[in-house]
Design a protein around this ligand. Structure first.
Ligand code: FE2
Length: 159
């Protein structure tokens, strides 16, 4: 398996998109739990491994990264609430769909606009080092959503 950071994150997006499709199209409520798990791990490795490093290497993309961090924060709040709900809860479907819409839009922005800019600016070796670091982070990543404070989110990128 490649440890290129962008390849890894795109693979994470693919898995998340597959689970979103399963929920929306096949109406499979059981897709929500693996979706939340995949989202939690992906969020952790990107926020701890990718964003801080790219902030240093490609500082002109910092405004994008700050926006992505906020999008992840909103997703974290919804994911933590959804994780505590049962599928028969009256708000479950509305919350799941809103979360999936936000996550999908976020992944589109990264896939279509941010990753190409990072790819153009960062060398292959550096991306492989970030990827290797993210693989180590994945081993200790939380497996279910929790709600961080906005200040913690900021500290991660500013560090
Ligand atoms: Fe992201």
């Amino acid at each position: 398996m490649s440890t290129d950071a962008i390849v890894m994150l795109r693979e994470g997006h693919k898995e998340i998109r597959r689970l979103i499709r399963s929920y929306r199209v096949e109406r499979n409520a059981e897709a929500v739990e693996p979706f939340l798990r995949a989202l939690t791990v992906y969020t952790y490795i990107e926020r701890e491994g990718m964003y801080p490093r790219v902030c240093v290497l490609v500082p002109e993309t910092e405004p994008d990264i700050l926006r992505f961090v906020e999008e992840h924060h909103i997703a974290d709040v919804l994911a933590a609430e959804l994780y505590d709900m049962r599928p028969d809860d009256v708000a479950f479907d509305a919350k799941a769909r809103l979360l999936m819409d936000i996550v999908e839009r976020h992944m589109d922005a990264e896939d279509d606009r941010w990753f190409p800019r990072v790819r153009a600016a960062v060398g292959r070796r550096e991306l492989q080092e970030i990827g290797a670091w993210m693989m180590r982070l994945a081993e200790r990543a939380p497996q279910h959503p929790h709600r961080p404070s906005p200040q913690q989110m900021w500290d991660t990128v500013a560090a």
